[in-house]
Every structure is written in C-alpha cells, then in structure tokens.
Ligand binder design. Sequence first.
Ligand SMILES: [Cu+2]
Length: 297
Amino acid sequence: MRLSDAKRLWAAMLGLVLAIAASPVLAQGMVGAPQSWGMGLQESGGPIKEAITSFNSLVFWIIVVITVFVLVLLAWCVFRYRAEVNPTPSRTSHNTLLEVAWTVVPVLILVVIAIPSFRLIYYQDRTPDADITISVQGRQWYWNYTYPDHGNFNFDSYPLAEDQLPPEQRHLFRLAVDNELVIPIGANVRVITTGYDVIHSFFVPALGIQRYTIPGRALETWMRADREGVFYGQCNQICGTNHWFMPIAVRAVPPAEFETWVAAARTRFARADDAPAPVQAAAPEQTDSLQIAEARR
Ligand SMILES: [Cu+2]
C-alpha cells in the first residue's frame, strides 16, 4: 500500500468515527434495549445491574467448573473402566469418605452462592437514602407515573406506533413510549409501585429493577442510572390481552436538565390531586389510540 493510500484510509476511518460520534442516537447516551443476537445480560446503566451482572458471572463460572468436572469424570470412568480392560467389575457399594465429600462439597458451593445472593436481594430491595421518589402504577394497559416530590404531577405513558418512530429507531417499536419516565443521573430513585386493576410488573433490565404492581398494595424498590441514556423495559407479568402494550422507557438526564423537564412537566401534566382518579369506565376516551385499535382487531 502506498503512503497516500494509507493516509486516505486513515482519513476515511476518522471520518467514520466522527460521523458515528455525532449521530443522534449516540448523542442521547446509552440505549438500554435488547439487541439482535444479544448474548448474556443487557449492558448495565447503574449500580444494581452491575451487582446483578457480577453475581451472574460468579454463578456462571461455578456452573462451568461443575459441568467440566462432571464431564471429565464421566469420560474418564467410561474410558478407564470399560468392559474390555476391566472384565471383573468392582463390587464396592460404600465409601464413607466419598459419601461425606459429595454431600458436604455441594453444601459448601450452595453457601458460597447464597451469601452474595442474599446480599444482592437486600441491596435491590430498597435504598436507605433516596434522593427522589416516584410512584409507578400499572394499569390495563398503560403506565401511570407520579412525581410526589416535584409537585405531585402525574401522567400516562403509552407506546408509540411503528410509523411514529424514525426509520433508524424502528427496532424500538413496542419499547418506545410517548411520555418517558425521566430521572436525574446519579440520583437514588425510590420507586413505589401500585396496581390499578390487576397485577402488572415494572421491569427495566438495564437498571436491574423489577417489582410487581399489585392492586391494594404499595411495594417499594429503587433504581439509579449512572449513565445518561434511555433504558427500556416492559411489563413482565401477563396482565391481559394488551399486555404487550406496556413498554417502559426511563430516560436518565443530567440533574439541571431534569429540573428543566420537571418545570415543563408541571405545567404540561395536570396535578394528580387536582383531578379525581380516573374511573375505569372513563378509560376508553382516547378512541384514536393504538390501544383501542389493537383491542378492536
Ligand atoms: Cu403485563
């Protein structure tokens, strides 16, 4: 390759890198969503998911070691004690040392798994120092979010139709929503979940959060995004015919941007305590919505 060719190649590569860096998708930060042919867990957007990922790796490697050990042992027995070379089979039926070992060793392995497992369950359970609280209500079939610390404004979140998405984001159909749940980066967000009609479940894999939303019951959990981005999830408790209609989009923005969004949202969305809670019979008001069209199909 001539020098000028090499230079041109470098220039082209640099151009490509700059073009990718300037594209709007990357400008928004991380996108927490499933990918085609994705293996393993989704990339983590915060500390809970990081803890889940490292616990998953620990268990994975324990499984690998056990599987390889059993496979090698089996292969060795099959080869070493085949009838050809071992015409008189052993009549041994008890071996105290071996029996104690194969009881105690698995128990120890389970203890090694149990300790970090319990630690993780309690870490995910609730945050001792919440910066903000958000109330999440699962409804048939949409999400309703309330910000009690910021004027108690409240809004619904519905999925976007496929043709409402720009072509390069079509893969986010059934994940992208009209009104995203916006949180500040680095804040411990206490999430209180309730159910309006049946049991739903608030699940955002990239943030490592999942909690049922149960009618007549308030459950607590928390989440924190340490990276800017949009983290997608879905209701993961079968809740009726339009269960698919409950995607979740959590957008993490810098704190200053969050304050700007709150100021705009307070005027845009009616305050929860200004209006009585909607009754179920009033729900089909949005005759033009995708949900109604889907239900009629
Ligand atoms: Cu559901």
